[in-house]
Write a protein that binds this ligand. Sequence first.
Ligand SMILES: [Fe+2]
Length: 206
Amino acid sequence: MEPKLVRVPTEADIQKAFNTAPKGISEATHKAHLGLWQGYANKTNEIRKALAELDTDPAKANQIYSQTRALKVNYGFAYGGYINHNVYFDIIGGDGGPATGDVATLINEAYGSFEKWAADLKMTGISGRGWAYLGYDHEEQRVFNYIGDGQDTYPAWNNTLILALDVYEHAYFLDFQTARAKYIDAFFNCIDWDAVNGRLLKATGK
Ligand SMILES: [Fe+2]
C-alpha cells in the first residue's frame, strides 16, 4: 500500500512570517529555517515509505536495535518537527499584543492574566532546549504551557498544539545571537492570535 505523504513546505508558507522583520526576526532567519522545516517533511516521508516496505516479521523486531525501532523512534522526531514548525509558521507574522478571543479566555482561566501566562511561556521558553508549546487539553478543557527539549517531547497525549515557540538557536541566533529572552520578547510582538484561535476552534470543534 502506498503511504500517505505530508506536503513539503515552500517559500509561500513563510510569506506571512516575513512580517516579523520590523520586529526583529529577519527574513534571512525564516529562509534558513524553511530548509530545516522541509527537512522534517522530507524525512517524515522517507520514513513512511520505509515503513511501508518493512518486513513485518516479529522475529526481526528488537528493543536494542532493529529497523522497526530505528524507524519508529526517528519518526516521532521527524513528524514532530514537521508539526511543530507547521504551527510555528502559522502563528507568527501577526500583530502580537494580548491574546484575543476564546484563547484569551482560556489563558485567563488557567493563568489568571495574559501577563502571568506570557511570563510563564517566556520562562518555559528559556528553560527549554528546543520548544515551548501552548497545548489545549481536551480532558480538562484548559490550556497549559509545555516545555520541549526535542521535536518529540514532552506534551501529554490529550493535548492539541495551538501555539508553538521555537527556541532552538537556529530560530534566533542570526538576529539576537545568544540573547534568547530578547527573541522571545520579539516573538510576543509577532503572534497571530487569529491563527491561534483558528487552531483552538479546529481542536474544540466549537
Ligand atoms: Fe526550528
